[in-house]
Design a protein around this ligand. Structure first.
Ligand SMILES: Cc1cc2nc3c(=O)[nH]c(=O)nc-3n(C[C@H](O)[C@H](O)[C@H](O)COP(=O)(O)OP(=O)(O)OC[C@H]3O[C@@H](n4cnc5c(N)ncnc54)[C@H](O)[C@@H]3O)c2cc1C
Ligand code: SF4
Length: 806
């Protein structure tokens, strides 16, 4: 097998690998290095994360198990620092040397940071990755004043996100018009007016010359001498290709890594794709052209014939709620162009088409973008428009829409701009593969898998193609994965109705289109079966995600972390001694206190896990599981002079009762003995705050990327009531949440009032608690099981079983 190494684990690179796996799944032994500590995620959706519309988990495009299933060795959180083009190997920042026969550089780009004094202060960031998002979200907790430098696409999306986070936002822009590279003055001023009405403040034609403050930013100074305050500064003025390692290794680099029409660099067997690549003097910054490049490169690297990549025309949209905007090609008329312009100030609609020599060369649409795909096709295909009128070019002006438009769309019309999917491809997939839902179409064709704006159109095509057989409700439903058309509710109902008892049986009887299922559906079915059959279901360990299968968290170098249970964050000298001895005996490289008040041993080899657990002789802390993780407690009334309740005792009792319980996603709790809330109970899935004469119970909090303060569910008097409400609440969550849905999202979906109403009924609470107690009976400590069972040891802890490094 030839050795293929890829540097960069981002959107363009992974799409290329997906194409390669489709063309020649057995041709390469693939190794991927990714500087970020995550599997491949949809970077486009970072704006949605910041705007609070989605969670990080929802934007992961290729989970860790995908790499494992495809036998890809992935090193995350590890950057390649050297490419030795002679020796044909790469060296990482951890000193790892990996040889290659073929090398793909897919390092993307980074935010361009203005080279001005103060740009390195705390509180100044770009907008490029998860870390930037986290930083902005954290910052919004303390700082209320944000400044975004750059009134382009990214800057405006960042500004909208910061407004959603409750910040006051100034957007500073050098030019007189927003998005001046995509919009003309009219569209730009309409956009500005709309964003102002949403709460953004604009400082136009301002050049920032200095970031003010000591260590942390306090404001900005402009060239005209004026200053403004800022606790957070987001620079969104452009991107810069990551080309350093290529340049240092002698590969020809200009603005990007220069490639030919087959994505080959100046050195044989080394290729570049994505935002790091420069093709015919253009570095693209949108995914559609990068995916086209990936397709060409995949064919080339597999030795298959392919047409050369000749460059792309791109179309731009803004992902801000309430704004419909599209632009492609040229935007400013000159003496060689003729323009068709329609402006309807009353409805806030503006359309402009630029025509040169009977061909459309530019499109700007604001307020109504229904014509965008058709006009984009005419532009890219250079269709002759001489016989057309302004009305026929801008059909949606006539008020028509819906399936009539779809019927008249030619088959080669582009529907999904990001993924280059045409109407013809979608129709063919619907016919050939019997697709009936939007989800399935997306899964099979990639349409709608990136920015998601084409989904309404894909739906219309589905409706038109299926005709009378189209069932709108069924089509809109979200199947649990691409292996089935069934939603979570349907799967659960079918399991109950047909008394299905194993993961395999569910997939067989319910007609899965993929015999083995996938990493999305198998863990979900396993969970639903366990939830339905309470104590009698035998867990299908092989259907679990990798960390739960091994009962330890895999680390980026392929070793594992071990976190024993410390109920309520309380420990003893004896346990501390054991941990210290184990750390010594197994040369554990890192011993660290966790945020959940316990001790983690990092860097344990997989084959050592059972022995480490045996020597520790402590229960698993389930730091890897979709279950109760920790119950963080404050010291409480026993020692703290403010404490009104025994928080430690309650925390320990809660943890002892609910440990090991399978839940749709991880669950964290916090118990504080007074409203000072030292255990941060207000950002836990369930939090308890001691007050005079009782406890407040908070639910739906989240302290991660999807930061959410918890809501007060009830105030109760006794610990017994706390236990009863918690049991009922958790069981209701277990029974009604989608697999991998955190309580915060679930609560928002269900509504606090609804949950309160359900739990207000004493009979319902009792029944929920009974089902909970039945479930809790079945759990054993998995570490003890592994120590005692030779078969488990052999099957799961043998050196050769894992191929993925996180
Ligand atoms: C907030 C935001 C919104 C966007 N919205 C849109 C949109 O609406 N439509 C659209 O088409 N595009 C959009 N984009 C652009 C789109 O996300 C990018 O074009 C695309 O992600 C580029 O893919 P890539 O693989 O070239 O780079 P990336 O996705 O950046 O991946 C490159 C990866 O390589 C890693 N890397 C770099 N150097 C090394 C090294 N030495 N060793 C190992 N790893 C390394 C990086 O850490 C990164 O993870 C948006 C981007 C952002 C940031
Ligand atoms: S939450 Fe209150 S009782 Fe608990 S440690 Fe903090 S101040 Fe003390």
């Amino acid at each position: 097998m030839k050795k293929l190494v890829m540097i960069g684990n981002g959107m363009a690179g992974i799409r290329t690998i997906e194409e390669i796996l489709k063309l020649a799944p057995e041709q390469f032994k693939i190794t991927i290095f990714g500087k970020e500590p995550y599997p491949n995620y949809n970077r486009i959706k970072l704006s949605n994360i910041l705007q609070g519309d989605t969670s990080f988990e929802e934007i992961i495009m290729n989970p860790l198990d995908w790499y494992q299933e495809n036998h890809i060795q992935l090193y995350t959180g590890e950057a390649v620092t050297t490419i030795d083009v002679e020796a044909k190997h790469v060296i990482s920042d951890q000193g790892r040397v990996v040889e290659f026969d073929e090398l793909i550089i897919a390092t993307g780009s980074k935010s361009f940071i203005l080279p001005i004094p103060g740009a390195d202060k705390h509180g100044v960031t770009g907008f490029r990755d998860i870390q930037d998002c986290e930083m902005m979200i954290k910052s919004s907790e303390n700082d209320k004043k944000a400044v975004v430098i750059g009134g382009g696409l990214l800057g405006l999306e960042a500004a909208r996100g910061l407004l959603n986070l409750g910040m006051q936002v100034d957007v500073v822009h050098l030019m007189p018009d927003l998005m001046e590279r995509q919009l003309d003055s009219i569209a730009s001023s309409m956009l500005k007016a709309e964003l102002e009405s949403q709460g953004m403040n604009f400082l136009m034609e301002k050049e920032t010359v200095e970031i003010l403050g000591d260590e942390r930013v306090t404001g900005l100074r402009f060239k005209d001498g004026s200053e403004i305050e800022a606790g957070l500064v987001v620079m969104a003025i452009g991107i810069k290709s990551n080309v350093k390692i290529a340049k240092n290794s002698g590969i020809y680099v200009n603005r990007g890594i220069v490639v030919n029409d087959f994505m080959e660099t100046s050195i044989p067997h080394i290729y570049a794709v994505g935002e790091c690549a420069e093709h015919r003097e253009i570095v693209y910054g949108l995914v559609a052209p990068l995916y086209e490049q990936g397709k060409v490169l995949a064919h080339k690297i597999c030795g298959l014939p392919v047409d050369p990549y000749k460059g792309s025309v791109t179309g731009t949209q803004l992902k801000v709620a309430g704004i419909d905007l599209y632009s492609a090609g040229e935007i400013v008329e000159d003496s060689s162009t003729k323009a068709i312009k329609v402006q309807n100030e009353f409805d806030g609609v503006y359309k402009k088409i630029l025509i040169r020599d009977q061909n459309i060369v530019g499109v700007v649409l604001y307020g109504d973008t229904k014509d965008s795909t058709k006009l984009f096709r005419m532009l890219t295909k250079k269709e002759d428009v001489s016989g057309m009128t302004s009305v026929s070019l801008l059909q949606s002006e006539t008020g028509e829409g819906g399936s009539g438009d779809v019927a008249s769309m030619p088959n080669d019309e582009l529907v999904c701009g990001c993924n280059g999917v045409t109407k013809g491809e979608i129709v063919e997939a619907i016919h050939k593969q019997g697709l009936t839902t939007l989800d399935q179409v997306s899964h099979c064709t990639n349409a709608g898998r990136s920015c998601g704006r084409c989904k309404p159109l894909v739906s219309q095509i589905l409706a038109h193609t299926l005709g009378d057989q189209f069932d709108a409700a069924a089509a809109a439903k979200t199947s649990i994965c691409g292996c089935t058309t069934l939603s979570r509710e349907e799967v659960v109902a079918e399991i109950k109705a047909k008394s299905l008892t194993t993961v395999k049986e569910v997939m067989n009887v319910l007609g899965w289109n993929n015999e083995e299922g996938c990493t999305k559906c198998r863990p979900a079915i396993n969970y639903y079966l366990g939830m339905i059959y309470k104590d009698e279901y035998k867990d299908d360990r092989d259907s679990r995600l990798v960390n739960e299968k091994i009962h330890a968290n895999i680390q980026k170098d392929g070793t594992y972390s071990v976190v024993p249970r410390m109920y309520g964050g309380v420990t003893t000298a004896a346990d501390l001694k054991k941990i210290a001895e184990v750390a010594d005996k197994y040369d554990v490289p890192l011993v660290k206190l966790t945020g959940g008040q316990r001790i983690a041993l990092f860097g344990v080899k997989k084959e050592d896990l059972p022995n480490v657990w045996a020597d520790l002789d402590m229960p698993s802390g389930y730091a890897y599981g979709k279950t109760l993780r920790t119950v963080k407690t404050c010291v409480g009334a026993q020692f703290c002079r403010y404490g009104t309740q025994d928080s430690m005792a309650l925390g320990i009792a809660l943890e002892k009762k609910f440990e090991r319980l399978d839940t749709p996603h991880k669950v964290k709790m916090g118990v504080s003995a007074c409203p000072r809330n030292c255990s941060e109970a207000g950002i836990k899935d369930i939090g308890f705050v001691g007050i005079d004469g009782g406890w407040e119970i908070y639910v739906g909090g989240n302290g991660g990327v999807d930061l959410r303060p918890a809501d007060l569910l009830y105030t109760v008097k006794t610990e017994e009531e706390v236990m009863e409400i918690t049991g009922a609440y958790l069981q209701y969550y277990r029974e009604t949440a989608n697999y991998l849905e955190r309580t915060s999202k679930w609560l928002e979906r269900k509504g606090l009032d609804h949950v309160k109403e359900v739990l207000a009924n004493a009979e319902t609470r009792k029944a929920l608690n009974e089902r909970m107690d039945e479930t809790l009976k079945k759990y054993n400590d998995p570490w003890t099981e592994a120590i005692q069972n030779e078969e488990i040891k052999d099957q799961y802890y043998a050196k050769h079983t894992i191929k993925v490094g996180e």
